[in-house]
Design a protein around this ligand. Structure first.
Ligand SMILES: [Zn+2]
Length: 76
C-alpha cells in the first residue's frame, strides 16, 4: 500500500502534502527562490515560502536541511 504522507520531504511541494513529516531536506533546492513581490529578497533564496509550509506542517519536524542554497543572508 502506498504511503499517503511523506516522512521525509525533499521539496516544498512534498512538504505541503506532509502534515506528519519528520525530516525536510531542501539541500540545493530551487524551492527557496523567493517569488513574493512584497519581499525584499524576491529573486533570491529566502525562507518566506518555507516558513509558511512549516507553520502548517512543521509540528512533527525534527530535522531540517538547508545546505547548498546560498542562504548566508537569511538571518542578518
Ligand atoms: Zn521572500
Amino acid at each position: 500500500m502506498a504511503r499517503r504522507f511523506y516522512q521525509v520531504a525533499r521539496s516544498l511541494i512534498e512538504a505541503n502534502r506532509s502534515p506528519t513529516m519528520k525530516t525536510l531536506d531542501l539541500r540545493g533546492s530551487a524551492d527557496l527562490l523567493c517569488v513574493n513581490m512584497m519581499c525584499e529578497k524576491v529573486g533570491e533564496a529566502c525562507i518566506c515560502r518555507l516558513s509558511r509550509v512549516l507553520e502548517k506542517n512543521g509540528t512533527e519536524l525534527r530535522s531540517l536541511c538547508l545546505a547548498d542554497n546560498n542562504i548566508c543572508a537569511f538571518w542578518t
